[in-house]
Design a protein around this ligand. Structure first.
Ligand code: SIN
Ligand code: FE
Length: 294
């Protein structure tokens, strides 16, 4: 592992309010270049009565996390109706603050930003066992096997709410272009026929585009390579409790190594809503392959 300069992977931000008085094109440039923004001092107050949610047992067996969808339905929680209502409020408070931050700092994103479910993740990362493909302890970019997105961006806002002082420990990897150059040549050719079959069988929710095929190939290639995991250019980075961090997770290579109790809000954003679409994975892959991919 090389000794890389952390500031080229993660930018620290010292603001103390979620709502920004003006648009932050400087932050957008960092994000769209694949860097993570780390807000070290945004306030999130956990009420005394909410301390009971810091218990891994509140998650249903078999659920990946506890999530609140945009219609207000809570999924994955194993608790009384009253606790479910209270946890919904806790998650909603976070969702509103994340939305304030994104809307105020990046007004260009606002019109076409789609809000995905908000999650609360009470699991201890270190003791979780998963298949290689599902293992987020391995460095990866986010790409989903069942939900093709045709180049749409995945923007995520995270909060470490750990009450015991435990940091969320991530590894953060090299720029997307470097990753793409290594893995794209190894991906088997796209098959329109196979994409149709996957869609007809209901394995994918819509037709997997060539873009989605390549992104999934990169995701799987990174996770499956022990050599890449240990030798690629990367840093280990701690997000202490109270940290908020934001990234395009389809572009910023990441892995979670340790921690417990995190909130996470995902957004989907069309490539045309970016401040500079040239640095998006779609444009990078199209340039690399000399092809239209969606
Ligand atoms: C991921 O998106 O890979 C998981 C991040 C985390 O759980 O900290
Ligand atoms: Fe991920």
């Amino acid at each position: 592992m090389s000794n890389s300069d952390p500031t080229s992977f993660v930018k620290k931000v010292a603001v103390t309010q979620w709502e920004q008085p003006t648009a932050r094109l400087d932050w957008a440039a960092d994000l769209e270049a694949g860097r993570i923004l780390h807000f070290e001092a945004l306030p999130f107050i956990v009420d005394h009565s909410e301390q009971r949610f810091f218990d891994a047992g509140i998650q249903s067996k078999g659920a990946r996390n506890i999530s609140l969808d945009s219609s207000g339905t809570l999924k994955g929680m194993n608790a009384s109706a009253e606790d479910q209502k209270a946890l919904t409020q806790f998650i909603l408070r976070y969702r509103d603050l994340a939305q304030q931050l994104v809307d105020s700092a990046f007004p260009k994103y606002k019109t076409d930003l789609r809000v995905a479910p908000t999650s609360f993740r009470p699991n201890q990362v270190e003791t979780r066992t998963q298949s290689v493909r599902a293992d987020d302890k391995r460095l990866h970019i986010d790409a989903f096997p069942t939900r093709p997105n045709y180049g749409e961006r995945i923007l995520r806002v995270f909060l470490n709410v750990n009450p015991l002082g435990q940091p969320r420990v991530w590894r953060v990897g090299e720029p997307f272009i470097e990753i793409a150059k290594q893995f794209v040549p190894k991906i088997k050719p796209y098959s329109a026929w196979q994409a149709k079959a996957l869609s007809a069988l209901g394995i994918t929710k819509s037709l997997r585009s060539e873009y989605d095929h390549l992104m999934l190939g990169i995701h799987d290639g990174m996770k499956r390579s022990d050599q890449y995991q240990s030798e690629s250019n990367q840093i280990t980075y701690n997000f202490p409790p109270g940290s908020v961090w934001v990234c395009f997770s389809d572009q910023a290579a990441h892995a979670v190594m340790a921690g417990q109790f995190m909130m996470e809000q995902t957004y989907h954003l069309p490539v045309t809503s970016l401040y500079d679409s040239q640095t998006s994975p779609l444009q990078i892959l199209q340039k690399l392959t000399h092809k239209e991919l969606v």
